[in-house]
Design a protein. Sequence first.
Length: 528
Amino acid sequence: MSNQLPEGIQITAPVADAVASRVLTPEALALVAQLHRKYEGRRQELLAARAERTKRLDAGERPDFLEETADVRAGDWTIAPLPADLQCRRVEITGPVERKMVINALNSGADSYMTDFEDSNTPNWDNQMQGQINLQDAIRRTISLEQNGKTYKLNDKVATLLVRPRGWHLDEKHVLIDGKRVSGGIFDFALYMFHNAKELIARGSGPYFYLPKMESHLEARLWNDIFKDTQDALGIPQGTIKATVLVETIMAAFEMDEILYELREHSAGLNAGRWDYIFSCIKKFKTDRDFCLADRAKVTMTAPFMRAYALLLLKTCHQRNAPAIGGMSALIPIKSDPEKNEVAMNGIRMDKRRDATDGYDGGWVAHPGLVQTAMEEFVAVLGDRPNQIDKKRPDVQVSAADLLNFEPQAPITEAGLRMNINVGIHYLGSWLDGNGCVPIHNLMEDAATAEISRSQVWQWIRSPKGKLEDGRKVTAELVRELIPQELAKVKADVGASPAYDKAAKIFEQMSTQEAFEEFLTLPLYEEI
Ligand SMILES: CC(=O)SCCNC(=O)CCNC(=O)[C@H](O)C(C)(C)COP(=O)(O)OP(=O)(O)OC[C@H]1O[C@@H](n2cnc3c(N)ncnc32)[C@H](O)[C@@H]1OP(=O)(O)O
Ligand SMILES: O=CC(=O)O
Ligand SMILES: [Mg+2]
């Protein structure tokens, strides 16, 4: 299709006719190119600033609330009023932009649905392009599917749609502008906006987003500037776009007010992205000899640093009239075992009860089978109110020390180490095979949860505190010894796809090499 492309744009992947005529139209690509040419320099500067910060943290610096933005934190401002269909978000289901799941999620009975080009999605070319088509069809209510003798189509009443584009660190390697890869986030966002914003507005909704993995308010400012230019380019009113920011890095936890402030005309609140948050803590303090978290299963929302983060997010949001949305428990229904299923459902209940009682306005679920349970817990607290933004929490006082109070540090067990290796290999293999979200040992695993597994193994090898309960030090040799054993178990569980052998090699390299990979998806993306 190169003849029809706007000047300077090159597409290095095959483009199916439907994709050319419905997604990669010259006008839509012109918007991608406009945003890229204006903002790519800033994206690269912000990524470089992350790397600089990491060097300082590696050298012992600790984050604190920013002096230069004290007036923003002290100021008496609120975000712009929310549109009607973002007032009530008691239960938000999430999932990859796969066609059947899009239909099932919209029909699930949840108030809202975050469809995902990010943590739960392998960003291969087909998934990205088919995902855009699925969303166009869903918004126009023409989406349907015949599968296994079942017909899938939308119910009359569906959840409000929100879209999570890729984070700032990811490129779309198949689209080059003036010879350079375009940002994955800008690409996902601009194509979705170009094809759907006006249609959504005409249908009484709007273009709503979730913004992942940001590390500073300056990164939020970049999104906000992109929103303003895009609204102008498409001729839609300023403030139409609404975005919920995932606070899922330790750095962003120190800039929650500032992030809301940057996006105040476009904000739809904050979400506590717990899994990437834990990963971010490991990544940012990986060289600290006093920092070493316990087995992944022991690091829960009741750990002191997680509790501090969750409460600060809630307080910050409600002070600014912004919704506070809780994150996701990794528990999912267990069809094969009613007793284990009851334990899992009770875990979901407790998770949502804690969030609702604290004052959260809603929370995420991974699976349609969890919507009702989660809804019951929010309705028990909210009654017939759409949200509880009026529940301010002046009683909550969270200091920098509270956010950095990293317990529990024990136990680290052989079972925990094996589990991290097993989950890492299984997840990486599935991701390479095109599936970015999988059930493993009855838990939802996606890029964020798998990041915790692989980064713990890297850190336990290097930290003096990386010792098993029985006194053995976690070493590269021990990890190399366990990898083939866990690979064999993965293959016995899910089959012998060559992707798992490749995953085991990549996992070994990532966890034993000296350099820490910033994101596991960066080397993986070069493999697909
Ligand atoms: C850290 C974070 O970023 S959290 C956000 C990212 N993670 C997610 O969004 C989790 C998404 N969830 C999922 O992908 C899946 O639920 C999994 C992988 C966890 C479990 O998958 P499975 O075990 O295959 O689910 P299961 O077989 O029970 O599915 C039953 C039905 O529910 C559907 N379903 C399951 N999860 C979802 C979902 N999230 N959205 C829509 N439909 C879903 C399936 O498509 C299936 O439909 P069918 O009966 O019509 O065939
Ligand atoms: O995106 C959510 C998370 O927990 O990570
Ligand atoms: Mg995340």
